[in-house]
Design a binder for this molecule. Structure first.
Ligand code: ARG
Length: 462
C-alpha cells in the first residue's frame, strides 16, 4: 500500500517500485519529518482546516511515534516507499481518519525539501564544531612551537624562513573559511517550503510566516514552482564540504611529506600512525593518506549532484531523490576526516633542530637583497647582485654565513659590518613588518586572535 495506490489498478512491479524506494537512507530524516508534520498539523488547526480534536490527536500520536523512534531506531523501518510514507502509516494506525487528514494541502515535494533543510540546519553546526576543534589543535601546536623556525616552500623549493607557528596558523586560516562557508550553506537552507503544495501553492489559508517561525526559519521561499525543485542549498553544502576536504587533503599532504624521512620536521605519534605487515621499520601516516583519498569522494558527490541537477525541467522530478545520499555521504566523510586529522595533528611532535637547520642557508637571499634595498639600491639591481652571490656560493658549496667581511664588500660596497647578522633566519622573520607576516610579534597576536575566534564561537545546541 503506497500513498498513491488509489490511482492504479495493479500492484507495482518490484523491479520498478523497489528501485524508487528511499526509506533505506531517508530514515535519517525521521525526526525532521515529524517536526515538520507537527508544525503543519498546528498550522492546519490554526487555519480551521483541522478540528481541535483532530489536531490534538495528531500531535499526540506524532510525539508518540517520535519517542518510539528515538528509543528504538529499529522501529523506523518497514516496507514503506520513504520516511514520509512510514510516518503517515504509523499515524493512521494510531489515530485513523485524523491521520488521513494531515496531508491536506501538503505534498511530499515540499515536505522532502523541508526535511532536508531542517536536517542540514541541525547537522551543519556539528561539522563546524569539528572544524573549530581542529583549528584549536592547530593553535595549540602554534603556541607549543614557540619561536621555532622552519623553511616555507614555493614550487616545493625552499623559499623563506618562517615560524613553525605561522605554518600551523596557515592551515587554521583556511579551515576558518570552511566554517564560514558552511554557515553560508545553512543560511541558504533557511527558508520554509511549506505552503508550496506540489508546485502551485496551497488553497488552504495557512499562515506561512507563523509556520516559518515555529520551525526556526527566518523566511519563506519566494516561489512555489522554484521551491519544488530548488536544491541549490544542497549544492552549496556539497561545495562547502568538498572545499573543506580539499583543505584537509592539502594539510594531510604537507604532514605526510614533513613527517617522512626526507624532511623529518615533525614526528607522528605511534597512536596515530600504522605499521607495515612486512617492513618492520615502517611507520605510516595512513589516516592522513585516507583523508587525502576520501577527498575524491566528497568532490565526486558535488560533481555528481551538479550533473543530476543540470538537465531537470522545472518542477519536482524524482531525480531529486539523489540529493540525500550525496548529503549524508559528504557529511559523514567530512565529519570522520576532521576527527582523524585532529587525532594526528594534536599529537605531532616538532623536531626543531631539523626545521631550523633547513631554514638557514641560501633561502636568506631575499633578506640579503632587502638589506641592499634599504640602503638605496633599486630592488631589481639588488636582486641581480645577490643572484650573482648565490651562483658563486652554490658553486663553492657555501652559504651567506661563510662569507668574510671582504667578500661581502666585494659583492657590494653597501654591505656593512651588520650584513652577516641580517642574513640569519631569526633576523629574517624579525624583519617582517605586516600583521599577516611571520614576524614573531604578528604571530603572537595571530595566535591570540585565533584562540579568541575559537572561544567565541556559539556552542551548537543539538
Ligand atoms: N522520496 C522522495 C524524494 O526524496 C520524496 C518526494 C517524492 N515526491 C514524489 N512526488 N514522488 O525526493
Amino acid at each position: 500500500m503506497t500513498l498513491w495506490s488509489g490511482r492504479f489498478d495493479t500492484a507495482p512491479d518490484p523491479d520498478a517500485f523497489d528501485f524508487g524506494i528511499s526509506f533505506g537512507f531517508d530514515r535519517a530524516l525521521f525526526e525532521d519529518d515529524i517536526r515538520g508534520s507537527l508544525a503543519w498539523a498546528d498550522a492546519l488547526g490554526a487555519a480551521g482546516v483541522l478540528s481541535a480534536e483532530d489536531t490534538a490527536a495528531i500531535v499526540a500520536a506524532l510525539n508518540g511515534i517520535l519517542d518510539e523512534g528515538r528509543r528504538d531506531p529499529a522501529f523506523v523501518s518497514g516496507p514503506d516507499e520513504d520516511v514520509h510514507s512510514f510516518v503517515e502509516r504509523q499515524l493512521v494506525a494510531r489515530v485513523g481518519d485524523a491521520g488521513r487528514r494531515l496531508h491536506t494541502g501538503r505534498s511530499r515535494n515540499e515536505q522532502v525539501s523541508l526535511d532536508l533543510r531542517l536536517y542540514l540546519r541541525r547537522r551543519i553546526p556539528l561539522l563546524q564544531e569539528g572544524i573549530a576543534r581542529l583549528v584549536g589543535a592547530c593553535t595549540d601546536q602554534a603556541e607549543r612551537a614557540g619561536d621555532a623556525l622552519m623553511p616555507s616552500y614555493t614550487h616545493m623549493r625552499r623559499a623563506q624562513p618562517v615560524l613553525v607557528a605561522h605554518f600551523y596558523l596557515s592551515h587554521a586560516a583556511a579551515l576558518r573559511r570552511d566554517h564560514a562557508r558552511l554557515a553560508g550553506a545553512a543560511a541558504e537552507a533557511d527558508a520554509l517550503t511549506l505552503g508550496s503544495g506540489a508546485i502551485a501553492g496551497t488553497s488552504y489559508p495557512v499562515d506561512t510566516g507563523r509556520l516559518a517561525r515555529a520551525l526556526g526559519f527566518s523566511r519563506v521561499v519566494l516561489n512555489s514552482i522554484d521551491a519544488s525543485s530548488d536544491r541549490d542549498f544542497v549544492a552549496s553544502f556539497l561545495f562547502a564540504t568538498s572545499l573543506a576536504m580539499v583543505h584537509l587533503s592539502r594539510m594531510a599532504e604537507d604532514f605526510i611529506l614533513f613527517t617522512g624521512e626526507e624532511h623529518g620536521f615533525f614526528g607522528l605519534s605511534d597512536a596515530s600512525a600504522t605499521g607495515s605487515s612486512m617492513m618492520p621499520q615502517k611507520k605510516n601516516p595512513d589516516p592522513l593518506e585516507l583523508v587525502r583519498g576520501k577527498t575524491g569522494r566528497a568532490v565526486g558527490r558535488l560533481t555528481g549532484w551538479l550533473t543530476t541537477m543540470k538537465a531537470l525541467p522545472t518542477g519536482y522530478n524524482k531525480d531529486l531523490q539523489e540529493d540525500k545520499e550525496a548529503v549524508f555521504d559528504a557529511e559523514a566523510t567530512l565529519a570522520a576526516s576532521l576527527r582523524a586529522t585532529h587525532a594526528v595533528i594534536a599529537r605531532l611532535t616538532l623536531n626543531a633542530s631539523t626545521t631550523e637547520a633547513a631554514a638557514s642557508g641560501l633561502l636568506l637571499a631575499t633578506d640579503v637583497a632587502d638589506y641592499l634595498t634599504t640602503r638605496g639600491v633599486p630592488f631589481r639591481r639588488a636582486h641581480e647582485i645577490v643572484g650573482a652571490m648565490v651562483r658563486q656560493l652554490l658553486a663553492e658549496g657555501r652559504d651567506f654565513s661563510a662569507l668574510s667581511r671582504d667578500e661581502w664588500t666585494a659583492a657590494s660596497e653597501l654591505f656593512g659590518a651588520d650584513a652577516a647578522r641580517a642574513a640569519t633566519p631569526r633576523a629574517s622573520v624579525e624583519a617582517k613588518r605586516t600583521p599577516q607576516s611571520t614576524s614573531p610579534d604578528a604571530v603572537r597576536a595571530a595566535i591570540a586572535e585565533c584562540r579568541t575566534w575559537v572561544e567565541n564561537l556559539p556552542k551548537p545546541s543539538a
